[in-house]
Design a protein around this ligand. Structure first.
Ligand code: TSJ
Length: 646
């Protein structure tokens, strides 16, 4: 018997309580089973698990404010102004309900009134898991002029629930503070920006809820407050802020149908990309599902009906397709449902078929009415879709023409490509290299069996500002599509990928960064699976070469340069060369520093699907044409780099 259990017996806990401790012990033994991962991502999930409980209280109508504070000791405090977790004795467990919440797995929502209506087994269940994975956790409940307090360590009760101090009689709510267990998590330092993005999203999704995030760890205290009366309507405005909207209003539909609460908001912009994000109970569904299908059906049907009825589409005209109508669309679909079923390989796809009907009927009904009330907006959208229809036909022709010429066939590989000889894609990598001269060195340096080189001339097309027909007509892009072998968009087939590593190799300067971003934008918009499945990398050429007494060091950052100099001594015997571009390195240097799998540094490009809306915003902000948001972005933070993993 473990020590924890002995303690429990001495404290006169019954058999039930011993079961509880064994339950939480299971969480500590296999944390991955309960929070997915013990990486930084899992660490941040602890905060979301706790915050979700407060959000449920807000959805039930009893809480208007949540505050999240990162404390100096790296513990986190989450406080809400809800009713407070019930402190009465739980009839079955014979202990205070709050203690059940923190010590019984999946205890959330099993008591009380209708408070957890929409939690559906997703919210309000994580408190005991967080407790089990925390060094210590303290809960304070503000109730009738008293603050009730209880403390736990590694999931175990160390003090009975008791009044700790008085408080204002009118104050109600719950405050939880916990320190993640550093023997369980690989990373225990919270990242302010990660929490900020997620909490902003939560505030958008929960109309009128005010969420404040504070950082008390640093000298300069940080604080952000998110409070959106317009909810997802304001989310759409936020996502479109660096684009040019085609009309001022955000179209918004809301309603309840078949036990599903539906909210939909959208607005078109002058770009050619769709940015739609769907959520179930505030959780993003990266693979969509029934709610997304319902939305798409409603959009296609309602706009075609309207366009026919109002003669914007003539009898001989073909119907507008969903793709036509969604060109330049920014949309949020949010449903709240009692018992969500998740499907698909990664369980990120909503399976409840009632959600399809509900979103379809709420959207169709209210959108029909909206279009009748706003004929000028209706006309703008239909005309945009008609242009898209024509461009799509042109693109089809362009594609067919290129196909006829065989330019997209992988057996007609582009002449500029120096291909590798190994035919197993798993062993192969392709370097996309900026400029012919660097391309030349790379071709000389490479391992011919497994490394292919594709030099690109100049800047590639900015796909944020071009339609599909232009994209098919662009030589550099065509070359890449052919070399990769997968095709793009609807034709995309990952099983045809010819290289498992696609490595973008550009100069370590501003121009190089710009070219990398253009490349990534192209991949993100047209072959997102390549990024999602981790096939895309950025090469890291060194910034400096240091020579001393015939010995050579390479530094990949200023910090590293300083470290090297500190080690070898800063005197006249050092020769320091700053690399301005790949072209300054000869083939051997390029191999040693940037291409040799044994010695190089590669950054794998990754993005967190949970905050995909932020990734989308990153690309449109970096590549869009509004200058102001871009400056703000670059000054605020090179967020982009945050999406990179080594
Ligand atoms: F997860 C948690 F338990 F740690 C936690 C819960 C953490 C935080 C910061 C807040 C909460 C929480 C729980 N806030 N509000 C509530 N509400 C209830 O637990 C509650 C209150 C009253 C009734 C009722 O029917 O009277 C029902 C519930 C579920």
């Amino acid at each position: 018997m473990s020590n924890e259990n002995l303690t429990a017996v001495e404290n006169n806990y019954g058999a039930d309580q011993i079961q509880i401790l064994e339950g939480l012990e299971a969480v500590r033994k296999r944390p991955g089973m309960y929070i997915g991962t013990t990486s930084s991502r899992g660490l941040h999930h602890l905060v979301y698990e706790i915050v979700d409980n407060s959000v449920d209280e807000a959805l039930a109508g009893y809480c208007t404010e949540i505050e999240v504070t990162l404390n100096k000791d790296n513990s986190v405090t989450v406080e809400d102004n809800g009713r407070g977790i019930p402190i009465g004795i739980h009839p079955k467990a014979g202990i205070p309900a709050v203690e059940v919440v923190f010590t019984v797995l999946h205890a959330g929502g099993k008591f009380g009134g209708g408070g957890y209506k929409v939690s559906g087994g997703l919210h309000g269940v994580g408190a005991s898991v967080v407790n089990a994975l925390s060094n210590w956790l303290e809960v304070e409940i503000f109730n009738e002029g008293n603050v009730y307090m209880q403390r736990y360590e590694r999931g175990n009760v160390v003090s009975k629930l008791a009044v700790a101090r008085p408080c204002k009689k009118s104050k109600t709510g719950t405050r939880v503070t916990f320190l993640p267990d550093d023997t369980i998590f690989e990373e225990t330092v919270f990242d302010y920006d990660t929490l900020k993005t997620r909490l902003r999203e939560t505030a958008f999704l929960t109309k009128a809820l005010k969420i404040t995030l504070r950082d008390e760890r640093t000298k300069e205290k940080k604080e952000n407050t998110f409070h959106y009366e317009g909810g997802i309507k304001e989310f759409v405005t936020y996502l479109n802020k660096s684009k040019t909207a085609l009309y001022e209003k955000v179209i918004y539909c809301e309603g309840q149908n078949n036990g599903v609460y539906v909210e939909v908001a959208f607005q078109h912009n002058d770009s050619y990309n769709e940015s739609t994000f769907s959520f179930v109970n505030n959780i993003i569904t990266p693979e969509g599902g029934m709610h997304l299908t319902g939305f798409r059906n409603a959009i296609t049907k309602t706009f075609n009906d309207y366009a026919r009825k109002n003669k914007l589409l003539k009898e001989k005209d073909e119907n507008l397709t969903g793709d036509d109508l969604r060109e330049g669309l920014t949309a949020i679909i949010s449903v709240k449902i009692e018992d969500p079923q998740f499907e698909g390989q990664t369980k990120q796809k909503l399976g409840n078929s009632e959600a399809r009907g509900a979103v379809d009927s709420v959207t169709s009904e209210q959108l029909t009415y909206f279009l009748e009330q706003n004929p000028s907006i209706a006309k703008i959208i239909v005309e945009k879709a008609l242009l898209a229809q024509r461009a799509r036909a042109a693109a089809r022709h362009a594609k067919e023409a290129t196909r006829r010429k065989g330019a997209l066939d992988s057996f007609k590989l582009p002449g500029k490509l120096a291909d590798c000889s190994d035919k197993n894609p798993e062993n192969c990598e392709i370097f996309i290299v900026e400029g012919d001269s660097a391309g030349g060195s790379a071709k000389e340096a490479r391992t011919r069996t497994t490394q292919a080189i594709l030099p690109l001339r100049g800047k590639i097309l900015n796909v944020e500002k071009a339609r599909v027909d232009k994209i098919y007509a662009n030589a550099e892009i065509k070359t890449m599509i052919t070399a990769f072998g997968t095709g793009i968009q609807d034709d995309f087939d990952i099983s045809k990928l010819r290289y498992h590593k696609i490595i973008i190799m550009t100069d370590a300067d501003v121009d190089g960064a710009h070219i990398s971003t253009l490349m990534l934008t192209f991949l993100y918009r047209f072959m997102p699976e390549l990024i999602k499945q981790g096939h895309v990398y950025l090469a890291q050429p060194p910034l400096y070469k240091v020579e001393r007494n015939k010995k050579v060091w390479y530094a990949y950052s200023d910090d590293e340069l300083n470290k090297i100099l500190a080690e070898i001594g800063r005197d006249g015997n050092n020769k320091i060369q700053r690399y301005k571009g790949l072209g300054e390195m000869d083939a051997e240097q390029l191999w040693e520093t940037t291409m040799d799998p044994e010695r190089r540094i590669l950054l794998r490009v990754a993005f967190d699907e949970e905050t995909e809306s932020e990734v989308d915003l990153t690309f449109t902000t970096l590549m869009g044409d509004k200058v102001e948001p871009r400056r703000e972005f670059i000054e605020a933070n090179a967020k982009f780099v945050k999406n990179l993993d080594i």
